[in-house]
Ligand binder design. Structure first.
Ligand SMILES: Cc1cc2nc3c(=O)[nH]c(=O)nc-3n(C[C@H](O)[C@H](O)[C@H](O)COP(=O)(O)OP(=O)(O)OC[C@H]3O[C@@H](n4cnc5c(N)ncnc54)[C@H](O)[C@@H]3O)c2cc1C
Length: 500
């Protein structure tokens, strides 16, 4: 399908922009998709992004200490290796800068519309295309719709009585309020997940008192973080093959770890031992150590990396509170043991609504069925990408494609390649519509169930954000290696789809 107006030309409420591909979201996934479309010679596309800047995760999360927890040399596009990474685990600014430089280098600017939130996308059966409405009233029609709205985007808040009564500043880590000074304040942090363990060491020294409310202690292993010396960078710059080798080595190191998650064995035992030794080496106080020792299997919840979290918890102004919070009052927090702690600032480090993909966007497929209804029984997509009843719709980092052991950018890249292969297949066969067959999707769902069974994510004895609290289903994790996923997504089998 040829565009009827150039991406840059549709600019307002009354005009309708027509493109071959509409991408929703300008984080790693959306930008990667845009770059690969250009590579494939497909120029009739548009990226809409609700924020006023690109970057997704790395634009939104501005809490102190925000950084990747997979080495930057691996947590980046394979086709855009960056010899300049300053450290093994770089901060958010550097990743955001990297994504901006990708936009510039690939000339994506004219294809991106910022401040443009997808409100709804409705499949038009008659014209065989998606009709999209944005929050500011723009109309867009697209033959293909790509969701790149991210899996860790919509913040999750706990359900604690009295939350609304708190009178001091209260915010979620993904919406950090830097206008709030923490100097000399009594600060409560709820949650001990991946974000909290990054910002707690940063803010604790400023605060008068920091209460860390912990439901379950995470498993934490040492962080092999260091500044990458200039001489390494020079070499990466001069010999790109060296950068490739370094990345490849990292890839295999991380990808092979998956076997420790998939089944019990020496790999998991060894990793757990390493984490316990790390705890023992950093926390001499046996009472505190007991509080910080997980009572579930290593890997069941996301394994965290940190060198400064445990030492921070030993500061005299930090208290780890393991008791359940029963009430939040105007200026205090009450726990199950009846204790009431006065609090000036409340920070939610409670993560994201990861088990509810596409929450907040209204996607209406064939026969007026909304994706949220199609997913009422079970959230599923073939390969995490395509859903029966939603033709020409591709999800990046969709259901069951999250990872606990490696960089998700690798998954996103595999999905981008697959989606583009689908577009090419339609073009090649002169078809306008492709939809995954119900049997294909069902077979895949059954396979996932089987493969998840017995993995640490399902059987590790924890309550994690990977699992739906009500159903116990896991719509987040890919139960395999990235290598296996790449193999599955390499090339599209026309037999899996109805092409019309
Ligand atoms: C703090 C933090 C650290 C992380 N660290 C790592 C790590 O080290 N390694 C790793 O593998 N993963 C990590 N992740 C996971 C991370 O989300 C992914 O790695 C990656 O950034 C996902 O990219 P994305 O483009 O798919 O989604 P996102 O980065 O979430 O981008 C989605 C974009 O879609 C936009 N959007 C959403 N809804 C709409 C709408 N209705 N209309 C228009 N635009 C919309 C959003 O504004 C956003 O810009 C981390 C996540 C967080 C939160």
């Amino acid at each position: 399908m040829q565009p009827t107006s150039s991406p840059a030309s549709g600019n307002g409420a009354s005009s309708t922009t027509s493109v071959e591909v509409l991408i929703v979201g300008a984080g790693f996934s959306g930008l990667g998709m845009a770059i690969k479309l250009l590579d494939a010679g497909i120029t009739s596309f548009l990226v809409i992004e609700k924020a006023d800047e690109i970057g997704g995760t790395w634009y939104f999360n501005r809490y102190p200490g925000c950084a990747c927890d997979i080495p930057a040399h691996l947590y980046s596009f394979s086709f855009e290796r960056n010899p300049e990474w300053s450290r093994m685990y770089v901060g958010r600014e550097e990743i955001q800068q990297y994504l901006k430089s990708c936009v510039q280098r690939y000339g994506l600017g004219p294809y991106i519309r910022l401040n443009t939130a997808l409100c709804q996308a409705v499949w038009d059966e008659k014209d065989a295309l998606w009709r999209i409405t944005t929050a500011d009233g723009q109309n867009i029609v697209a033959q293909v719709l790509v969701s790149a709205v991210g899996g860790l985007h919509v913040p999750k808040y706990p359900d604690i009585p009295g939350m609304e009564n708190f009178t001091g500043p209260a915010f979620h880590s993904t919406a950090w309020d830097s206008s709030v000074t923490l100097q000399g304040k009594r600060v409560a942090v709820i949650g001990t997940g991946a974000s909290a363990i990054q910002f707690v060491p940063q803010i604790a020294p400023e605060t008068d008192k920091l209460y860390l409310f912990q439901r379950t202690p995470p498993w934490i292993v040492p962080k092999a973080d260091f500044e990458i010396p200039e001489r390494w960078r020079r070499r990466f710059r001069r010999f790109p093959a060296l950068g490739w080798l370094f990345r490849t080595g990292l890839f295999w190191f991380f990808d092979l770890r998956v076997f420790g998650f998939l089944r019990k064995g020496w790999l998991r035992t060894r990793a757990a031992k390493m984490a316990i030794e790390h705890l023992e080496a950093q926390v001499p106080d046996s009472d505190l150590r007991r509080l910080l020792t997980p009572n579930y299997e290593f890997g069941c919840k996301r394994v965290l990396i940190s060198g400064d979290y445990y030492p921070t918890l030993m500061r005299p102004n930090v208290e780890v509170v393991p008791d359940n919070i029963t009430e939040i009052r105007a200026e205090s927090i009450v726990t199950a043991d009846g204790a009431e702690r006065p609090v000036d600032v409340l920070i939610y480090g409670t993560g994201f609504r990861a088990t509810e993909p596409l929450i907040g966007v209204r996607i209406v497929g064939r026969n007026g069925v909304q994706i949220s209804d199609a997913w009422k029984e079970r959230i599923s997509a073939f390969l995490g990408i395509t859903v029966n009843g939603f033709p020409n719709f591709f999800i990046l980092l969709g259901p069951n494609t999250g990872l606990g052991h490696n960089s998700v950018v690798l998954m996103s890249e595999a999905q981008i390649g697959y989606a583009i292969d689908c577009v090419k297949l339609m073009r090649r066969r002169g078809r306008r519509v492709m939809e995954v067959k119900p049997a294909t999707q069902e077979r895949f769902v059954e396979e996932l169930r089987r493969r998840l069974d017995g993995t640490v994510w399902q059987a590790g004895g924890c309550r994690s954000w990977y699992k739906d609290a009500k159903t116990g289903e896991n719509p987040v994790i890919w139960p395999g290696s990235v290598t296996a996923y790449r193999r599955r997504t390499r090339g599209v089998s026309a037999a899996d789809y109805e092409l019309t």
